[in-house]
Each structure stands twice: as C-alpha cells, then as structure tokens.
Ligand binder design. Sequence first.
Ligand code: IMP
Ligand code: MG
Length: 180
Amino acid sequence: MISPPPGMERILFTEEEIQARIREVAAEISAKYQGRPLKLVGVLKGSVFFLTALAREITIPHKIDFLAISSFTSRSGPGVVRIAKDLDDPIEGEDVLLVEDIVDTGFTARYLLRTLAGREPNSLAICTLLDRTSSRIVQVPVEFRCFEIPDRFVVGFGLDYKQLYRNLSYIGVMNPELAS
Ligand code: IMP
Ligand code: MG
C-alpha cells in the first residue's frame, strides 16, 4: 500500500467499503440485465479501477470496451468535451452501461449519452462510482451509483490529482493547495 499523498485530509471510503458497495451494485446490474447483451463502456482513464472491480462481481456474461475523452475550458465556459479515443466496436442493439469514476457537473456524461445514443444501442444507462449531485450543472439520469460525495476534491480508486494517486485502494479527500 502506498503512503498517503501530501494534502490528504481524510479517508472517505475504505477499500472494504468500496468493495462491499460494488458487490451490491453488481448484483443489481446482474439482475436487471439478465439475458440481455450487456456491454460495459469505461471512460479512460478514471473508470478503469472501478470497471474491473465491478466486472468481476457481475455474474452474467458481458463485454467491455473503452473510450477516452478530452475536456477543456474555452471562452464559452467549461464543458467542452470530445472523444479522443473511440470504442473498438459498434454498440448497435446492445445494452450499454456507461461506467464513470465520477459524475460532477454532468457535462461529460451528457455528451457521452448523446453521442452513444446516436449509435442505436438497445438501451443506455450510467453507472458511476461517485456522484457529486451538489455540483451538477446539466441534469443527467444516473441509474446506478455507489456513493454520493460532498463538495470536496477526492482521489483514489481511479481518481487522480494531476494524473497521480489513481492506484490508492481507498478514496480520500484531498486539499489541492497542500498537494505539492
Ligand atoms: P464532469 O461531470 O463533466 O464535470 O466531469 C467529471 C470528470 O471530472 C471526472 O471524470 C473526473 O476526471 C473529473 N473530476 C471531477 N471531480 C473530481 C475529483 O474530486 N477528483 C478527481 N477528478 C475529478
Ligand atoms: Mg481526471
């Protein structure tokens, strides 16, 4: 286990709490998608740790694929998102679960839902590890969520600070001003 990064204030969810909650959500997903062509679509890189943990607890056959996005702030404001690496395969006729590390403002999720909906999946829904509804700017439907979190910056279990700390086994609140 790596030592706590500078600026780490407190642990929000331990590895055990995360695993237990993932098991519950995976059971919900397994029941809901029983007998359907399920595909988990992970958003690189943040969702990789969550997606693999979730997939291992899902008890029905399913496929996985990944895409990467880049988002940036422009003069017109935040929320400009585009696909930097697309899925390998079509999703037409499949039951797609978009797997996210965190839904924050909702811009990323809305963009991905709109983009993927145009490819005619049989169904499309979001499963997120973390949900910060207090930061929402655009409304998106979140079907499955492991944890609601407060309005503080967090790292671990896939979430990064400047690309670091994704490999922490827990999720912790970090003060970015003390981080480096
Ligand atoms: P949004 O919902 O479009 O605002 O963007 C969500 C993205 O912002 C996530 O996929 C993360 O990469 C990043 N993000 C938002 N909040 C945090 C946080 O607390 N820690 C680390 N990354 C975050
Ligand atoms: Mg990030």
